[in-house]
Design a protein around this ligand. Structure first.
Ligand code: MG
Ligand code: MG
Ligand code: MG
Length: 307
Protein backbone atom coordinates (compact mmCIF):
# COMPACT_ATOMS: atom_id res chain seq x y z
CA UNK A 1 0.00 0.00 0.00
CA UNK A 2 1.19 3.44 -0.84
CA UNK A 3 2.27 5.44 2.19
CA UNK A 4 0.88 8.94 2.69
CA UNK A 5 3.28 11.52 4.12
CA UNK A 6 1.89 14.06 6.56
CA UNK A 7 3.67 17.28 7.45
CA UNK A 8 3.25 20.85 8.61
CA UNK A 9 5.18 24.01 7.74
CA UNK A 10 8.90 24.71 7.55
CA UNK A 11 10.47 25.83 10.85
CA UNK A 12 8.10 23.38 12.54
CA UNK A 13 6.36 24.50 15.71
CA UNK A 14 4.52 22.40 18.26
CA UNK A 15 1.18 22.49 16.42
CA UNK A 16 2.84 21.46 13.16
CA UNK A 17 4.58 18.45 14.77
CA UNK A 18 1.81 17.37 17.15
CA UNK A 19 -0.94 17.76 14.53
CA UNK A 20 1.11 15.73 12.03
CA UNK A 21 1.36 12.93 14.61
CA UNK A 22 -2.34 13.17 15.48
CA UNK A 23 -3.27 13.16 11.79
CA UNK A 24 -1.14 10.05 11.32
CA UNK A 25 -3.29 8.28 13.94
CA UNK A 26 -6.48 9.49 12.27
CA UNK A 27 -5.41 8.33 8.80
CA UNK A 28 -4.22 4.97 10.15
CA UNK A 29 -7.58 4.48 11.87
CA UNK A 30 -9.02 4.25 8.35
CA UNK A 31 -6.62 1.40 7.59
CA UNK A 32 -4.35 3.54 5.41
CA UNK A 33 -0.58 3.71 5.65
CA UNK A 34 0.71 7.06 6.78
CA UNK A 35 3.79 8.66 8.30
CA UNK A 36 4.16 12.01 10.02
CA UNK A 37 7.38 13.69 8.87
CA UNK A 38 8.88 17.16 9.37
CA UNK A 39 10.53 19.82 7.22
CA UNK A 40 12.97 21.18 9.79
CA UNK A 41 14.47 20.87 13.25
CA UNK A 42 12.37 20.72 16.39
CA UNK A 43 12.31 23.69 18.73
CA UNK A 44 13.00 23.24 22.46
CA UNK A 45 9.30 23.35 23.35
CA UNK A 46 8.39 20.52 20.98
CA UNK A 47 11.47 18.56 22.09
CA UNK A 48 10.23 18.87 25.68
CA UNK A 49 6.79 17.57 24.74
CA UNK A 50 7.91 14.55 22.69
CA UNK A 51 10.42 13.68 25.39
CA UNK A 52 7.74 14.03 28.12
CA UNK A 53 5.40 11.77 26.16
CA UNK A 54 8.07 9.35 24.99
CA UNK A 55 7.08 9.94 21.39
CA UNK A 56 9.64 9.32 18.67
CA UNK A 57 10.72 12.38 16.67
CA UNK A 58 9.31 12.26 13.12
CA UNK A 59 11.77 11.77 10.27
CA UNK A 60 13.04 14.91 8.52
CA UNK A 61 12.52 15.29 4.78
CA UNK A 62 13.55 18.10 2.45
CA UNK A 63 11.66 17.09 -0.68
CA UNK A 64 9.07 14.58 -1.88
CA UNK A 65 9.15 11.97 -4.64
CA UNK A 66 7.19 12.66 -7.79
CA UNK A 67 3.57 11.58 -7.35
CA UNK A 68 3.90 11.17 -3.56
CA UNK A 69 0.56 11.49 -1.77
CA UNK A 70 0.78 14.12 0.95
CA UNK A 71 -1.42 15.63 3.64
CA UNK A 72 -0.71 19.16 4.84
CA UNK A 73 -1.45 20.24 8.37
CA UNK A 74 -1.08 23.70 9.94
CA UNK A 75 -0.23 25.47 6.66
CA UNK A 76 -1.18 25.72 3.00
CA UNK A 77 1.01 28.46 1.50
CA UNK A 78 3.57 27.20 -0.99
CA UNK A 79 6.40 29.27 0.47
CA UNK A 80 5.96 27.52 3.82
CA UNK A 81 5.67 24.01 2.43
CA UNK A 82 7.96 21.31 1.07
CA UNK A 83 10.20 22.73 -1.69
CA UNK A 84 8.93 20.64 -4.61
CA UNK A 85 5.29 20.42 -3.57
CA UNK A 86 4.12 20.75 -7.18
CA UNK A 87 5.52 17.24 -7.80
CA UNK A 88 3.31 15.70 -5.11
CA UNK A 89 -0.41 15.07 -4.87
CA UNK A 90 -2.04 16.91 -1.98
CA UNK A 91 -4.89 14.67 -0.85
CA UNK A 92 -5.93 16.66 2.21
CA UNK A 93 -5.31 19.87 4.10
CA UNK A 94 -6.23 20.43 7.76
CA UNK A 95 -5.49 24.01 8.66
CA UNK A 96 -6.34 27.18 10.58
CA UNK A 97 -4.62 29.83 8.45
CA UNK A 98 -5.60 32.14 5.62
CA UNK A 99 -5.50 30.43 2.24
CA UNK A 100 -2.88 31.78 -0.19
CA UNK A 101 -0.44 30.40 -2.78
CA UNK A 102 -2.40 27.20 -2.93
CA UNK A 103 -3.81 25.27 -5.88
CA UNK A 104 -4.12 21.63 -6.85
CA UNK A 105 -4.72 19.64 -10.01
CA UNK A 106 -7.02 17.10 -8.39
CA UNK A 107 -9.93 17.39 -5.94
CA UNK A 108 -9.02 17.05 -2.28
CA UNK A 109 -10.26 17.15 1.31
CA UNK A 110 -9.79 20.67 2.58
CA UNK A 111 -10.79 21.33 6.17
CA UNK A 112 -10.00 24.78 7.49
CA UNK A 113 -11.51 26.46 10.53
CA UNK A 114 -10.65 29.83 12.01
CA UNK A 115 -9.68 28.28 15.35
CA UNK A 116 -6.57 28.97 17.37
CA UNK A 117 -4.91 25.66 16.56
CA UNK A 118 -4.90 22.87 13.98
CA UNK A 119 -5.26 20.33 16.80
CA UNK A 120 -8.62 21.89 17.71
CA UNK A 121 -9.78 21.23 14.15
CA UNK A 122 -8.51 17.65 14.40
CA UNK A 123 -10.24 17.12 17.74
CA UNK A 124 -13.51 18.08 16.05
CA UNK A 125 -12.93 15.44 13.35
CA UNK A 126 -12.22 12.72 15.93
CA UNK A 127 -15.45 13.62 17.75
CA UNK A 128 -17.52 13.83 14.59
CA UNK A 129 -16.22 10.51 13.27
CA UNK A 130 -16.53 8.89 16.69
CA UNK A 131 -12.88 7.85 16.78
CA UNK A 132 -11.47 7.04 20.18
CA UNK A 133 -8.80 9.42 21.48
CA UNK A 134 -6.06 7.68 23.47
CA UNK A 135 -4.19 9.57 26.19
CA UNK A 136 -1.09 10.16 24.12
CA UNK A 137 -3.11 11.61 21.24
CA UNK A 138 -4.99 13.78 23.71
CA UNK A 139 -1.71 15.06 25.16
CA UNK A 140 -0.40 15.87 21.68
CA UNK A 141 -3.55 17.88 20.94
CA UNK A 142 -3.50 19.59 24.32
CA UNK A 143 0.17 20.56 23.88
CA UNK A 144 -0.53 22.01 20.43
CA UNK A 145 -3.42 24.11 21.78
CA UNK A 146 -1.31 25.37 24.69
CA UNK A 147 1.46 26.33 22.27
CA UNK A 148 -0.61 28.08 19.60
CA UNK A 149 -2.83 29.94 22.07
CA UNK A 150 -0.09 30.70 24.62
CA UNK A 151 -2.11 28.86 27.25
CA UNK A 152 -5.39 30.36 26.01
CA UNK A 153 -4.06 33.95 26.28
CA UNK A 154 -3.51 34.76 22.60
CA UNK A 155 -6.16 36.76 20.69
CA UNK A 156 -6.22 33.83 18.25
CA UNK A 157 -7.75 31.63 20.97
CA UNK A 158 -11.43 30.88 20.30
CA UNK A 159 -14.28 29.45 22.42
CA UNK A 160 -13.71 26.19 20.60
CA UNK A 161 -10.07 26.05 21.70
CA UNK A 162 -11.04 26.70 25.33
CA UNK A 163 -13.75 24.04 25.21
CA UNK A 164 -11.39 21.53 23.57
CA UNK A 165 -8.64 22.35 26.07
CA UNK A 166 -11.02 21.59 28.95
CA UNK A 167 -12.27 18.34 27.45
CA UNK A 168 -8.73 17.15 26.77
CA UNK A 169 -7.57 18.18 30.24
CA UNK A 170 -10.36 16.06 31.75
CA UNK A 171 -9.49 13.17 29.44
CA UNK A 172 -5.79 13.06 30.35
CA UNK A 173 -6.32 13.92 34.03
CA UNK A 174 -3.43 16.35 34.48
CA UNK A 175 -3.31 20.01 35.49
CA UNK A 176 -2.94 21.40 31.99
CA UNK A 177 -2.11 24.93 33.13
CA UNK A 178 0.86 23.72 35.18
CA UNK A 179 2.02 21.42 32.41
CA UNK A 180 1.48 24.20 29.87
CA UNK A 181 3.62 26.71 31.71
CA UNK A 182 6.50 24.21 31.99
CA UNK A 183 6.14 23.40 28.32
CA UNK A 184 6.11 27.06 27.21
CA UNK A 185 9.08 27.84 29.47
CA UNK A 186 11.07 24.98 27.92
CA UNK A 187 10.60 26.75 24.60
CA UNK A 188 12.08 30.02 25.80
CA UNK A 189 15.55 28.63 26.42
CA UNK A 190 17.48 30.01 23.45
CA UNK A 191 20.93 29.82 25.05
CA UNK A 192 22.10 26.90 22.92
CA UNK A 193 21.20 28.58 19.61
CA UNK A 194 23.33 30.80 17.38
CA UNK A 195 21.72 34.05 16.21
CA UNK A 196 21.06 32.47 12.83
CA UNK A 197 19.26 29.57 14.50
CA UNK A 198 17.30 31.92 16.76
CA UNK A 199 15.81 33.83 13.82
CA UNK A 200 15.03 30.61 11.97
CA UNK A 201 13.32 28.77 14.85
CA UNK A 202 9.90 30.05 13.81
CA UNK A 203 10.24 31.95 10.55
CA UNK A 204 7.54 32.25 7.89
CA UNK A 205 7.90 33.66 4.41
CA UNK A 206 5.11 35.63 2.74
CA UNK A 207 4.76 37.34 -0.60
CA UNK A 208 2.53 40.31 -1.42
CA UNK A 209 2.74 42.82 -4.23
CA UNK A 210 5.77 40.96 -5.63
CA UNK A 211 7.58 41.62 -2.39
CA UNK A 212 9.12 38.86 -0.37
CA UNK A 213 9.15 39.13 3.39
CA UNK A 214 9.90 36.97 6.40
CA UNK A 215 8.24 37.30 9.79
CA UNK A 216 10.08 35.38 12.49
CA UNK A 217 9.10 35.04 16.12
CA UNK A 218 10.51 33.72 19.38
CA UNK A 219 8.86 33.36 22.75
CA UNK A 220 10.54 34.54 25.91
CA UNK A 221 9.73 35.16 29.57
CA UNK A 222 11.86 38.34 29.41
CA UNK A 223 12.33 40.39 26.23
CA UNK A 224 15.72 41.73 27.38
CA UNK A 225 17.12 38.19 27.53
CA UNK A 226 16.80 38.07 23.75
CA UNK A 227 17.27 41.76 22.97
CA UNK A 228 20.79 41.78 24.46
CA UNK A 229 21.78 39.68 21.46
CA UNK A 230 20.44 42.32 19.09
CA UNK A 231 23.73 42.92 17.28
CA UNK A 232 24.29 39.31 16.24
CA UNK A 233 20.58 38.89 15.53
CA UNK A 234 20.60 41.89 13.18
CA UNK A 235 23.69 40.52 11.47
CA UNK A 236 21.88 37.22 10.88
CA UNK A 237 18.79 39.08 9.62
CA UNK A 238 20.88 41.13 7.15
CA UNK A 239 22.43 37.91 5.87
CA UNK A 240 19.00 36.38 5.27
CA UNK A 241 17.88 39.55 3.48
CA UNK A 242 20.79 39.44 1.04
CA UNK A 243 20.87 35.63 0.59
CA UNK A 244 17.13 35.35 -0.05
CA UNK A 245 16.64 38.77 -1.67
CA UNK A 246 14.05 39.79 0.89
CA UNK A 247 12.37 43.20 0.98
CA UNK A 248 11.70 43.02 4.70
CA UNK A 249 12.71 40.90 7.66
CA UNK A 250 10.60 41.23 10.78
CA UNK A 251 11.73 39.62 14.02
CA UNK A 252 9.29 39.48 16.92
CA UNK A 253 10.39 38.86 20.48
CA UNK A 254 7.21 37.85 22.28
CA UNK A 255 6.86 38.07 26.05
CA UNK A 256 4.55 35.17 26.93
CA UNK A 257 4.07 36.37 30.52
CA UNK A 258 3.04 39.99 29.80
CA UNK A 259 1.69 39.19 26.31
CA UNK A 260 3.39 41.86 24.22
CA UNK A 261 6.18 41.91 21.66
CA UNK A 262 9.24 43.88 20.67
CA UNK A 263 9.78 44.04 16.93
CA UNK A 264 13.04 44.47 15.05
CA UNK A 265 12.64 45.31 11.35
CA UNK A 266 15.29 45.43 8.64
CA UNK A 267 15.23 45.72 4.85
CA UNK A 268 14.18 48.25 2.21
CA UNK A 269 10.56 48.08 3.30
CA UNK A 270 11.11 48.50 7.02
CA UNK A 271 8.99 51.69 7.13
CA UNK A 272 6.04 49.40 6.47
CA UNK A 273 6.19 48.55 10.19
CA UNK A 274 5.65 52.18 11.14
CA UNK A 275 2.58 52.42 8.94
CA UNK A 276 1.19 49.01 9.88
CA UNK A 277 1.40 49.55 13.63
CA UNK A 278 1.42 53.32 13.88
CA UNK A 279 4.73 53.30 15.74
CA UNK A 280 8.18 54.85 15.21
CA UNK A 281 11.15 52.55 14.85
CA UNK A 282 13.86 53.73 17.24
CA UNK A 283 17.60 53.92 16.53
CA UNK A 284 17.73 50.15 17.10
CA UNK A 285 15.22 49.56 14.25
CA UNK A 286 12.87 48.34 16.91
CA UNK A 287 9.56 49.22 18.55
CA UNK A 288 7.37 47.87 21.33
CA UNK A 289 4.03 46.44 20.21
CA UNK A 290 1.75 46.40 23.24
CA UNK A 291 -0.67 43.49 23.44
CA UNK A 292 0.69 41.95 20.24
CA UNK A 293 1.51 38.23 20.38
CA UNK A 294 -0.03 36.70 17.28
CA UNK A 295 1.81 36.78 13.97
CA UNK A 296 -1.21 35.35 12.21
CA UNK A 297 -3.82 37.75 13.52
CA UNK A 298 -1.99 40.85 14.67
CA UNK A 299 1.25 41.07 12.71
CA UNK A 300 1.05 39.53 9.24
CA UNK A 301 -2.31 41.08 8.16
CA UNK A 302 -1.43 44.77 8.74
CA UNK A 303 2.02 44.31 7.19
CA UNK A 304 0.73 42.49 4.12
CA UNK A 305 -1.95 45.12 3.74
CA UNK A 306 0.37 48.13 3.56
CA UNK A 307 3.14 46.35 1.65
MG1 MG B 1 2.26 26.53 13.14
MG1 MG C 1 -0.94 26.24 14.21
MG1 MG D 1 3.13 29.65 15.84
Amino acid sequence: MEKILIFGHKSPDTDTICSSLVMEKLVKSYGLEAEAVRLGNLNKETEYILNYLGVEVPRKISEVQKGQKIILVDHNEKEQSVNNREDAEVIAVIDHHRIASFETVLPLYYIAKPYGCTATVLYGIFKQENIEIDKQTAMLMLSAIISDTLLLKSPTCTEKDVETFKELEALVGINASEYGLEMLKAGTDLSAYSADEVINLDAKEFTANDKKIVIAQVNTADIDDVFVRKEEIEFAMEKQISDRKLDLYVFLITDIINTNSKVIALGNEKEVIEKAFNVKLDENDSAMLEGVVSRKKQVAPPILEVL
